[in-house]
Design a protein around this ligand. Structure first.
Ligand SMILES: Nc1ncnc2c1ncn2[C@@H]1O[C@H](COP(=O)(O)OP(=O)(O)OP(=O)(O)O)[C@@H](O)[C@H]1O
Ligand SMILES: [Mg+2]
Length: 263
């Protein structure tokens, strides 16, 4: 019932303080001689899908490391659920840009890692993880090894592992970056479907303008390094979305605006 209500308000999320899950305020970050992030602020509301789009090397992954608490900002704050989280880990599920599965472990053992880290016994972790295999298109592949899966399946296994970390906030750093165009489109459709079911709030990094528009409620377009937010786009295109959206005038209008901003 609660999930239905949340789904119903997904497109009309009230912009109240209570609804904000992640608030990044005026983050600045340099590495020794490299001024990476100049000033980034953003918000992620409950059940939103928010993308970050920007040139290679502008600091997108660094920003995720800061939100996940793996790096500390030189200035600024990360608030999660209203609490300050600078330098604190463990609150978000984070799929790194190069999130590899352990080649020597089965898919089931791979996705059980976060549950075991959380203290579940191996047997209980397996029972919990297995329940999600059908939704993630992995049923029947529990005992397979990563090398026996297609690229898309490996990405779905990595996504399931990420999902099992904390379940409600997910940071996904270019999860489909290495996939061919057809598989990538299929994965985008699949991600939208699964996201509607799991009530997660997602921050998503991509280089792909179409992918960002197709998936997102909001897009933050970043500048070259040192990064600032160049522009924010609210994507008020109704959900559920399907491939017909890709040829709509609303879609192409936003695409043109973002393209002109980046190139
Ligand atoms: N731990 C680190 N120490 C020193 N420099 C770093 C570190 N992490 C990242 N950098 C540098 O910061 C800059 C931004 O890196 P980052 O990985 O955040 O970029 P990005 O926007 O994610 O790029 P891409 O789109 O190619 O993934 C890069 O020049 C990188 O070399
Ligand atoms: Mg990166």
């Amino acid at each position: 019932m609660y999930s239905l209500i949340l789904k119903g308000i997904k497109n009309t999320a009230l912009k109240t303080k209570d609804n904000i899950l992640i608030e990044v305020k005026n983050i600045k970050k340099s590495f020794t001689n490299l001024h990476t992030i100049e000033d980034i602020s953003l918000t992620l509301e409950k059940n939103q899908f928010v993308s970050i789009l920007g040139p290679s090397g502008c600091g997108k992954s660094t920003l995720f490391d800061i939100i996940a608490g793996l790096e500390k900002p030189d200035r600024g704050f990360v608030f999660i659920g209203g609490h300050q989280f600078n330098g604190r880990t463990g609150r978000v599920s984070y799929m790194h840009q190069k999130d590899l599965l352990f080649p020597w472990s089965t898919i089931l053992d791979n996705v059980c890692v976060p549950l075991i880290l959380k203290g579940l016994r191996r047997k209980d972790a397996a029972i919990k993880a297995k329940k999600h295999f059908p939704a993630f298109g992995l049923e029947g592949f529990e005992k397979s090894y990563p090398s026996q899966l297609s690229g898309g399946m490996r990405q779905r296994a990595a996504l399931l592992r990420t999902y099992l970390f904390a379940e409600d906030i997910m940071l996904l750093d270019e999860p489909f970056g290495s996939l061919d165009a057809i598989t990538r489109k299929k994965m985008q459709m699949w991600l939208l479907k699964i996201w509607e079911k799991i009530n997660a709030s997602i921050l998503f990094i991509t280089h792909d303008i179409e992918e960002a528009i197709f998936l997102s409620d909001r897009i933050y377009v970043l500048s070259e390094r040192p990064a600032i937010v160049k522009k924010t786009f609210d994507i008020d295109i109704k959900r559920p979305r399907d491939s017909s959206m890709l040829t709509s005038s609303a879609f192409n209008n936003i695409k043109k605006q973002i393209f002109e901003l980046l190139y």
